[in-house]
Design a binder for this molecule. Structure first.
Ligand SMILES: Nc1ncnc2c1ncn2[C@@H]1O[C@H](COP(=O)(O)OP(=O)(O)OP(=O)(O)O)[C@@H](O)[C@H]1O
Ligand SMILES: [Mg+2]
Length: 370
């Protein structure tokens, strides 16, 4: 681990504070309406989830404090002035947690700027970040490489449904979102009417194509990976325990499950880490995640969502190369949880990610030689 201080810029997007209050207040009926029979009853709450991917002050400050144990940290908000601030500051390295806002390549924008300015940064490059935020394209690449992932069709307008072959149950998801944005209890559709209603909701609310994906109902896991090349380490596997959800809801890790039913005042007991699985299943999950990490050319860290199909085979649902990192254990954030289970506390995890990146760029050696 690098012990010499680097000049680190922490580049972030901060969530609007009112969202935090919304999360902790009583949800509106609409936001967790369990009925999907009619389009009008489908949850439409764009104001609640528009900034769901962004970090709170608490998270950003926790990352700052972790890095500041060793390094000199400057904060830079990932807004339209970020380019000039980075150009002037010229940090040794950027710790990138910026999710961006505009467009489907939003997560790639800060890394692309950093490449232009030749400033090293943590995490995956613009290509990987852009691809992973395009769930359909990611699944095409995985399929080409023989990695199992649920079958899907991509629908941009309702008329395209005419020629589509859809099997029920399916799940309807926005093409370019994360943090379960647009994934509600009503996203599981079991007949044509529910499918049309949910498609309308996603197309109109998120203004982007929707994936209609085969719904696989086996156990679900999320897997945190750390490192590069032959040194990629799979942290203890987290299982998502659906029996902790309210009764009669669909077994998915939905927006309601992530942000409404689970909060720091009354956390859901939704994770088990390390997951209770056989050594054979553990190896199978680790292998498919390592292969996925390599195929998608992830760097430094990534969290990969996995679910078992009817044959018990691990399928990749999606990748999170900018994983959620809420600092408090009671906030139930998977990557920090997996790290804790491996004996790395929050600060050590952040320092390790920075170290992985610095090592890739040969920064640790340069500093030691000085
Ligand atoms: N094909 C599928 N079959 C079964 N469940 C699924 C499928 N796709 C998604 N899910 C469920 O929906 C949840 C959210 O889906 P997904 O991971 O694609 O969304 P996300 O918004 O990118 O999540 P994240 O918060 O990890 O960024 C999954 O954790 C899983 O429970
Ligand atoms: Mg996910």
């Amino acid at each position: 681990m690098i012990n010499l201080p680097l000049n680190v810029a922490l580049v972030y997007n901060q969530k609007k504070e009112d969202l935090k209050e919304e999360k902790n207040s009583e949800p509106s009926e609409q936001s967790y309406n369990l009925s999907s029979e009619k389009f009008s009853e489908t949850p439409v709450n764009t104001s609640a989830d528009i900034y769901a991917e962004w970090d709170t002050f608490e998270t950003i400050d926790a990352v700052r404090q972790a890095l500041a144990e060793i390094h000199n940290v400057t904060m830079i908000e990932a807004d339209e002035y970020a380019y000039h601030k980075l150009q002037q500051l010229k940090p040794d390295i950027v710790f990138n947690i910026a999710e961006g806002l505009n467009g489907v390549s939003r997560e790639a924008q800060i890394p692309a700027i950093l490449e232009l300015l030749q400033i090293p940064y943590t995490g995956s490059d613009p290509l990987t970040l852009g691809l992973c935020l395009d769930k359909a394209r990611t699944k095409e690449i995985l399929t080409y490489n023989g990695i199992p992932t649920p079958s899907f069709v991509l629908i941009s307008k309702l008329s395209e449904l005419a020629g589509a072959s859809v099997r029920f149950p399916s799940i309807v998801k926005p093409q370019h979102e994360g943090s379960s944005k647009g994934i509600y209890n009503a996203s599981i559709v079991r007949n044509w009417d529910e499918l049309v209603a949910q498609l309308k909701f996603v197309l109109e609310t998120y203004n982007q194509p929707a994936l209609v994906e085969q719904f696989i109902e086996g156990r679900e896991f999320t897997v945190a990976l750390l490192g590069n090349g032959s040194d990629v380490r799979v942290l203890p596997i987290v299982e998502i325990k659906f029996d902790s959800l309210p009764q009669n809801v669909n077994p998915i890790y939905s927006y309601e499950a992530k942000w409404i039913w689970d909060n720091s005042e009354s956390p859901l007991d939704i994770f088990e880490c390390p997951a209770s699985i056989s050594p054979a299943l553990q190896t199978e999950i680790e292998d498919v995640c390592l292969k996925t990490y390599k195929v998608m050319r992830c760097r430094d860290w990534c969290r990969i969502d996995v679910r078992l199909d009817a044959d018990g085979k691990p399928n990749i649902l999606e990748l999170n190369p900018l994983p959620g990192i809420l600092p408090k254990p009671e906030d139930n954030s998977c990557f920090p949880k997996a790290a804790r289970s491996a004996g790395l506390n929050y600060n050590q995890l952040m320092q390790q990610v920075l170290h992985n990146a610095a090592e890739r760029y040969g920064l640790s050696n340069n500093k030691t030689d000085n």
